[in-house]
Design a protein around this ligand. Structure first.
Ligand SMILES: [Fe+2]
Length: 452
């Protein structure tokens, strides 16, 4: 009898039922100002077990809040072509099927469309009931996959993102839509290898790409390893800066120390430079087969566009991941970054985790812990008013090992030391997953109904 892989046991194991449940029990009080859906995506392999945590079929879990009540929970697989027809990302001839993949990494809304995303696949449209409405290729204009970490500019409403090739160039293509969701820019960026590019940075004036030394490895792919990427010490680490007002213009490259970064909390322009916050791994997958996750911590990179130098500073030494900000400050000088301590990777022993709130202006940190055996996931920021950077809540799925169930927990982002504002008890556990969004109903004005 073989031992299940770490990414298939405990709360990494998939759930088998798609549920719809109404009038959820709540401890505490759901803020009356919150009306909308909290949606979160993550791997939930169906039928056969997945070969790697990153490869399980996507399942979106959603909790509906309405003016002080938690009115429903539902969870649905993202029915992409791999789910419905076993479609392969590449066929035997090396042809790529952009509808195939996992669709398991994030869920975002732009121009009224709710999109389930993973970086090897086209976005998939979801209905308000979380049914899958098909792949979305922006009217046939999108010819690459789409990162799971697009950025919406709060000033213009544009959606900025990229797509990566894997076996053949171009390995990096930059895309932009207008506020209506129409694809207006698609531009290949040459000179980049087949690197694993998971996220990027947006500022008011720039787009920043991370060309880092975790690269596609043909030998690993041929040998059947589920994660065909490895650390390449000969591959230079660098940042590529593109001006937003010249999207087809030059990309300037800036060398940095070797490292890997999955996630960029935020970035902004400052003087003649760009300041990025990143969750930095000193290296990744050098000797292992793509399943170990070293300690990652919060760093700041400051790109001096005049001298060409990048200053790199570690801001904290805690092991942390899944950073989020008030998305209304994307690309601007957001004061607060929220992260999860001891993110529950399959190769780590799950330990009682915590949410952190970093004050990027003062360096102070506040923390919320959830008690023994209670493990949080990424926390989305839900605004309490119309002021970007103002008050709000963090909402996260918390797994309770003692009950083998999960709650949606809402805490006051400005008072993390306080008990949760609301703990919404769900009818089943929510496996550890990746990224989600708070999607207030269109037209909802939090200030109209009060903060509590
Ligand atoms: Fe991610």
């Amino acid at each position: 009898m073989t031992t299940p892989a770490p990414h298939l046991v405990g709360n990494f194991a998939p759930v088998v039922d798609e549920l719809t449940s109404h009038d959820l029990p709540v401890t505490g009080s759901v803020p009356r100002g919150l009306t909308g859906w909290y949606l979160r995506n993550g791997p939930n392999p169906h039928e056969a077990a997945s070969a790697h945590w990153f490869l399980g079929s996507g399942m979106v879990h959603g909790v509906r809040l309405e003016a002080g009540r938690a009115t429903s929970y539902r969870n649905r697989w993202v029915r992409n072509s791999t789910f419905t027809d076993d479609a392969m990302v590449y066929d035997e001839l090396g042809n790529r099927d952009l509808t195939a993949g996992a669709s398991n990494t994030s869920v975002v809304r732009h121009a009224g469309r709710v999109l389930a995303l993973s970086e090897s696949t086209l976005p998939y449209l979801l209905t308000p009931e979380l049914d899958t409405a098909g792949a979305h290729d922006f009217g046939g204009k999108l010819r690459t996959a789409m990162t799971a970490h697009p950025k919406t500019c709060p000033t213009t409403g544009e959606l900025h993102f990229f797509g990566c090739g894997m076996l053949t160039a171009p390995y990096l293509t930059y895309h932009r839509t207008n506020a209506a969701g129409e694809l207006t820019v698609s531009r290949d960026i040459t000179g980049v290898g087949s690197t694993m590019m998971h996220d990027f940075a947006l500022t008011a004036e720039h787009v920043v790409f991370m060309d880092l030394p975790v690269v596609f490895d043909v030998e690993r792919a041929i040998s059947g390893l589920p994660m065909p990427y490895r650390w390449d010490p000969s591959y230079a680490a660098r940042l590529g800066v593109l001006r937003r007002d010249d999207p087809h213009g030059e990309v300037r490259w800036f060398d940095i120390d070797p490292c890997y970064v999955f996630h960029v909390p935020n970035a902004h322009d400052e003087g003649d430079g760009i300041v990025l916050s990143v969750i930095r791994y000193p290296e990744l997958w050098r000797t292992d087969s793509g399943e170990a996750y070293p300690v990652a911590s919060l760093w700041r990179w400051t790109v001096n566009l005049t001298t060409g130098k990048v200053t790199e500073e570690q801001l904290d030494d805690r092991n942390t991941e899944f950073p989020r900000i008030d998305d209304r400050l994307a690309g601007l000088d957001a004061r607060h970054v929220h992260t999860v301590v001891a993110a529950s990777h399959p190769r780590h022993d799950p330990v009682p985790g915590a949410l952190l709130r970093y004050d990027m202006h003062t360096g102070s940190v506040t923390e919320h812990t959830f008690g023994p055996g209670r493990i949080p996931s990424e926390a989305a920021f839900a605004p309490a008013d119309d002021r970007p950077g103002g008050e709000g809540w963090l909402m996260t799925f918390v797994y309770d090992a003692s009950t083998d169930k999960s709650d949606l927990v809402i805490v006051d982002a400005g008072d993390l030391g306080a008990p949760p504002v609301a703990t919404i008890h769900l009818p089943q556990r929510v496996p550890y997953g990746f990224h989600g969004s708070w999607l207030p109903d269109p037209g909802t004005r939090v200030g109209d109904v009060g903060r509590r």
